[in-house]
Design a protein around this ligand. Structure first.
Ligand code: P61
Length: 481
């Protein structure tokens, strides 16, 4: 469903000068406090990478120059949020900050019940435990690592029902996060039991790609006919609202806040990692509209997270998140946030670097298959590329390919995802345009010598979520390191 309004924002030959002239906005903040970062030498980086088993998750942050591992918990808080920390009410039960957070979530996300959790996976765990029974099928628009883990841990089986375009890094479909309604209907009519449909806003593993409002409404309609609830992963739903505003017919005159509420109104609840959109370093929540389900979630949250009015967060954390939510739904914040990602993506595209298109909401994704077309997927091209990038200038990125996809639970074999990507994830309100220029220069340099690396082999593989702690060694001469 290509929206006729959509114009790809990228023009391969646009010069930086033209980009600057095009710009009529800048970040809606100025910098009050800075955190020094340091450059390292090639020798230091080689030693650090070897020590980290060629896994960027295992590097020490101090050995990193520009850290684009993740936008999770890495945002800079505003002075208003920092001031909120001083107003933390650290009562064990009924902290006033919980009620501030409840109010912010109700106002901007619209759900009835708020169950706070220590972060997103805490909410995923509780939702999976209260809704999924062994043998259930859970359809969703592409897997996410922790989400699928908790679904499988509860005995469910995840089935991908995202549109085919999502698996094609070059497709310019404006809403590559959309669910394929025919695929979903097939699951709804053939599966023994579907406890809910898991609908992610801006699909992380597809490259930060949004869902359209039209699709969400259609999914809602289909699920209602089958009596199946829709649960949203709202981790980056505000970014998704920004894409709807800028790409979907009829939404350009609405605010992100209005669009966000409309999006959530089509779903029955959400899981949330507060570490992304809501601009805090830790926290999360589960929201539900159904009273009985919310009671069950509250019964479980006290077992795994903490009392139902703090769920693993300090009072001050909840205050910072309540305030972060208010800031995150502002249009000018979103314009600068997504605009910075687009800036980096356009720079890379203009230099002929293969990236996932359209450019995503929180990150630019490098297409490792096209960097290393001759490298077998078993030699971990994206892991190799992330290692190469770190070696070049100390930029830290994240593998999102075969290592992240893990193994099939039933057969024990690798999943072989079509997307073999490296994510350059932009923390919110942290880096400047000059940092982006340095990153682009480094990626271009690594791309220019793409014939050199041979790949990696895995020498240690953890049982769960292996990408976090796996270790690798270079294959033959010319590998990283
Ligand atoms: C990230 F390498 N994301 O993108 P929690 N849903 C979604 C997320 O993006 C997400 C969570 C749920 C991270 C951190 C991370 O394989 C990885 O607050 C769409 O992190 O528990 C987290 O939220 C979970 C990185 C998570 C990974 C899993 O960087």
């Amino acid at each position: 469903m290509a929206s006729p309004q959509y114009q790809p924002p990228h023009s391969a030959l646009r010069t930086i000068g033209q980009q600057l002239r095009r710009r009529s906005w800048a970040e809606p903040w100025k910098i009050k406090m800075v955190e020094p970062i340091r450059r390292t030498t090639p020798e230091q980086r080689e030693a650090a990478l070897r020590g980290a088993g060629y896994n960027t998750f295992l590097l020490r942050a101090e050995d990193v120059y520009i850290d684009l591992l993740t936008d999770s918990g890495t945002s800079a808080m505003s002075d208003w949020q920092w001031a909120g920390l001083m107003l933390g009410d650290e009562a064990y039960a009924g902290s006033k900050n919980y009620y501030h957070l409840e109010d912010a979530v109700r106002r901007h996300y619209g759900y009835k019940h708020l169950i706070p959790t220590h972060q997103g996976r805490g909410a995923e765990h509780i939702l999976s435990q209260i809704m999924i029974r062994p043998g259930d099928t859970v359809p969703g628009n592409m897997y996410f690592t922790t989400t699928r883990y908790h679904q499988e841990h509860a005995g469910g089986q995840f089935v991908d029902v995202i549109i085919d375009e999502a698996h094609d890094p070059a497709s310019l479909h404006p809403f590559k996060g959309d669910i394929d309604l025919a695929k979903l209907e097939r699951v709804l009519t053939t599966a023994k039991h579907v406890p809910y449909v898991c609908l992610a806003a801006t699909v992380n593993m597809a490259g930060g790609q949004p869902i359209s409002m039209a699709n969400v409404r259609a999914v809602r309609g289909l699920c209602s006919r089958h009596g199946v609830p829709v649960m949203m992963d709202a981790t980056r739903a505000v970014e998704n609202a920004w894409f709807i505003k800028s790409r979907e017919r009829g939404y350009s005159g609405k605010t992100c806040a209005e669009i966000l509420l409309e999006l959530c109104s089509q779903t029955d609840g959400c899981t949330m990692s507060g570490k992304k959109d809501p601009l805090v370093n830790i926290g999360g929540w589960l929201s539900l509209n159904d009273d009985a389900l919310a009671d069950r979630a509250r019964n479980l949250v006290v077992v795994y997270e903490g009392l139902h009015t703090y769920g693993g967060m300090a009072g001050r954390d909840m205050e910072a998140m309540a305030r972060g939510i208010e800031e995150s739904v502002q249009d000018e914040h979103m314009q600068a946030r997504v605009g910075q990602v687009e800036y980096l993506g356009e720079l890379l595209q203009s230099e002929g670097v293969p990236i996932v298109l359209p450019i995503g909401g929180h990150a630019v994704y490098l297409d490792a298959r096209r960097f290393y077309p001759k490298m077998a997927q078993d030699s971990f091209p994206a892991q190799t590329l992330a290692a190469e990038l770190y070696l070049d200038a100390g930029v830290r990125s994240m593998e999102r390919g075969i290592v992240s996809a893990g193994r099939d639970k039933a057969t024990g074999r690798h999943h072989y995802p079509r997307l073999e990507l490296v994510r350059l994830t932009i923390p919110r309100r942290v880096y400047t345009q000059a940092h982006m220029d340095v990153v682009a220069e480094s990626v271009v340099a690594v791309h220019a010598r793409a014939e050199r690396p041979r790949g990696l082999r895995m020498v240690y593989e953890p049982e769960q979520l292996r990408f976090f702690q796996a270790r690798f060694e270079p294959l033959g001469a010319g590998g990283p390191g």
